[in-house]
Design a protein around this ligand. Sequence first.
Ligand code: ZN
Length: 242
Amino acid sequence: MRIEEVADGVHLVRGSAVNWVLVVDGEAVTLVDGGYPGDAAAVEASLAAVGRAPGDVVAALVTHAHVDHVGGLAPLVARHGIPVLTSPVEARHARREFLEQAGPADVVRNAWRPRVLTWAVHAARLGALRQVALSEARGIAGGAPLDLPGRPVPVATPGHTSGHTAYLLPDAGVLVTGDVLVTGHPTSPHHGPQRLPAFFDHARAPLEPLAGLAADVLLPGHGPAWRGTPAEAVTQVSRREG
Ligand SMILES: [Zn+2]
């Protein structure tokens, strides 16, 4: 686990396969995503590393309800009664009223690709095959700041999942992109802004919703922090995809 404070109070935590974000304002913390089931202890340790405890988390925001982003949240949320917030559609996904996630069959179909098998073994160790549901997840409206540390603004970015949501932290100039735009992944040979391999996406996400946002740091669901505007990142992705 590595923790980088990218802006005042905004910490990117990089687990062994996926990231989460801590936004600290005084005693209170907004947590964005929470890793694999096997990352639950690391999520707690990351809070301790920034001088906070699970009881200081006033809300857990979810970019999308894939097991690598909510698995580590589930025990924390259950134990401390932390509200789980995301878009209304993604809240239904988090409650597992439906599931939009690459399963073992998709992985097998793509196992010929370099790196996929190694990644799948590591992911399985972290609990990728466990059933996770956040039955208390609640839907919130996007487009306006939430009254939480970082004043996060939910930004609808459907595609990777139908209710995928990015979060803009307007005061810090930080955009949490989730998996709509990443900067690296164990299955990718590339570094820098990119989309995940298509088999991870429910549908290919248009990047236009990100391009106009005012930020100068991007925090992806996978890969390191990236310094630049969303518009520059989107241009790099388009160039890469030719
Ligand atoms: Zn992910």
